[in-house]
Every structure is written in C-alpha cells, then in structure tokens.
Design a protein around this ligand. Structure first.
Ligand code: HEC
Length: 243
C-alpha cells in the first residue's frame, strides 16, 4: 500500500521525528530537553501544513480528513464509534497530562545528597561529659521515648508513627550505616541544630529533623545520645578506631 494521504504522511513523519529525537539522537549526543522536542514536532506540523496547503487540492487532502472527523461526516458504524471513543479519551488524556505535570513528586532530585556532611568546627571532637551509668542511660532513654521515638521509633528503627511521609526518612539508628558510623560529637551537633542546621551539601532534600537546642539542654542531649546508642545496640565511633 502506498501512502497517498498527506495527513497520513505527516503522521508518519512526526512519529519518525519523535523516535529519532527521543531515542536515536541521544545515542550520539546529549539528549534534548522535552520542550525542545515538542518545539521541533510543532515546527514539523507547521511545515507540513504549509507544504500541503500551497494548492487548493492539497488543502482538501490535508484538512479534509480532519474536518470530516470533527463533523462526523462519513463516520458511520465502527468508525463512528471509534470517533466517539477518541472524543471521550482526549479530555481524559489532557487531564491526566496536566495532573502528571502538576502533582508533586517524591523522587529525590538528581543531585547527590551528602548524608553525613562535616560538622562545624566547634562541635568536632567534643566528648560526652557524662559517665555511662545505668542511671544516665535510663534518663536518656526516657527522654528519647518522649522526644525522638515519634519519628525514630520506639525500636530505634526509624519507623515511629510520625515517620511516614518524610523524605528523607528519619534515620534508622539500628542500621549500621547511621549512628554506628558517627562520633557522639556528631550526634550532638545534629540533634542541637537539626535539619535546618545542615550545610549546603546536606541539601537539597528538606530534612524534618527538628532543631532541639531550644527544647533540650546540653545535658539532656548528651544523655539522649547515650540512651540512643544503648537502645539501638550500637556504640559510637571513637578516635582510636579511626587511627
Ligand atoms: C519530626 C521527626 C523527627 C523527630 C521528632 C526527631 N528526628 Fe532525628 N531525624 C529526622 C529525620 C527526617 C532525619 C534524617 C534527615 C537528617 O539527617 O537530617 C533525622 C536524623 C537524625 C540524626 C542523624 C543520623 C545520621 O545518621 O546522620 C540524629 C542523630 C537524630 N535524628 C537524632 C534525633 C534525636 C536524638 C531526636 C530526639 C531528641 C530526634 N532525632 C527527633 C526526624 C526526626
């Protein structure tokens, strides 16, 4: 079957352009932004329209099928049903596209977030001034249960009742990748200053970790740290281990 209909030819040309710009061109060079691809496709349609409408006969060949589709002329039986299906689906498609564009996404941005950025100098090397006694640990765990467990979980697993929906999620202290990697001074900084105290390399994700320096005294924070390690079954990283 040879393709005579200019509209069909334009459709094939468009599909070819789309495949070329979206999948073939990126094999050789940087991928094009979607907006540019749509611009090229729109220009292709415009060029085809100009080309086919230069003569009166060409105009009817090109626009005729579109007009007949819209008015329903000559669309009976199965083609008539197909026309109605297209009319029903088109608004849904536009609605879905609009929704997909506007709905907020929970995909992390392309930049890499540094999970453990370097703490400010005044926090480096601070040691917990309180002895690791059962009493202090119990005090810390009580405070942890009150202030931290809603997010970080009663089991120290980051799955507290308020944890759902935060991105990044509250840290899971029983995972060897969090507090077991860190010194107590580091936790002291993170607990005091929270998500808002993170330096730029800890962004661009918005951390829900509260800044506790107003609510909790230094003494309470140090004891919470103790209770946190004991409860999670981890021990802090120390200078000796690093050497
Ligand atoms: C509103 C929820 C919320 C509460 C309440 C909360 N945190 Fe967090 N916390 C987070 C989130 C989210 C993160 C992960 C993002 C980040 O590192 O800032 C986090 C991270 C941390 C980290 C960093 C762990 C790491 O591996 O870098 C520590 C330490 C921490 N929290 C301790 C605490 C302590 C102690 C309390 C209670 C005094 C507490 N948090 C209360 C949400 C919370």
């Amino acid at each position: 079957m040879t393709m005579k209909n200019p509209l069909a030819k334009t459709a094939v040309l468009l599909a070819g352009m789309y495949v070329f710009l979206t999948w073939i061109l990126p094999l050789f060079t940087a991928p094009l932004p979607a907006s540019l691809i749509y611009l090229y496709l729109a220009l292709t349609v415009a060029a085809a329209a100009i080309f086919y409408t230069m003569s009166g006969a060409g105009l009817d060949d090109f626009m005729g099928p579109i007009g007949r589709f819209l008015t329903g002329e000559g669309h009976a039986g199965a083609t008539g049903t197909a026309r109605l299906v297209v009319f029903a689906l088109f608004p849904l498609l536009v609605g879905w596209q609009t929704y997909a564009k506007l709905a907020p996404s929970d995909m992390p941005p392309a930049e890499n977030r540094t999970i453990h950025p370097a703490p400010p100098g005044e926090f480096v090397g601070l040691a917990n001034p309180f002895p690791r006694t059962p009493g202090n640990i119990a005090t810390g765990q009580g405070l942890y249960a009150a202030y931290c467990s809603p997010c970080h979980g009663g089991n120290f697993d980051g799955k507290g009742p308020a944890s759902v929906g935060f991105n990044p999620p509250p840290a899971n202290f029983s995972d060897p990748g969090t507090i077991a990697q860190l010194q107590e001074s580091y936790l002291f900084w993170r607990i005091k200053k929270g998500g808002v105290g993170l330096p730029v390399e800890g962004m661009p994700w918005k951390s829900a970790m509260p800044r506790w320096e107003k609510e909790l005294t230094d003494e309470r924070i140090w004891k919470i740290i103790m209770g946190e390690y004991a409860g999670a079954g981890q021990s802090p990283r120390t200078w000796e281990e690093e050497e």
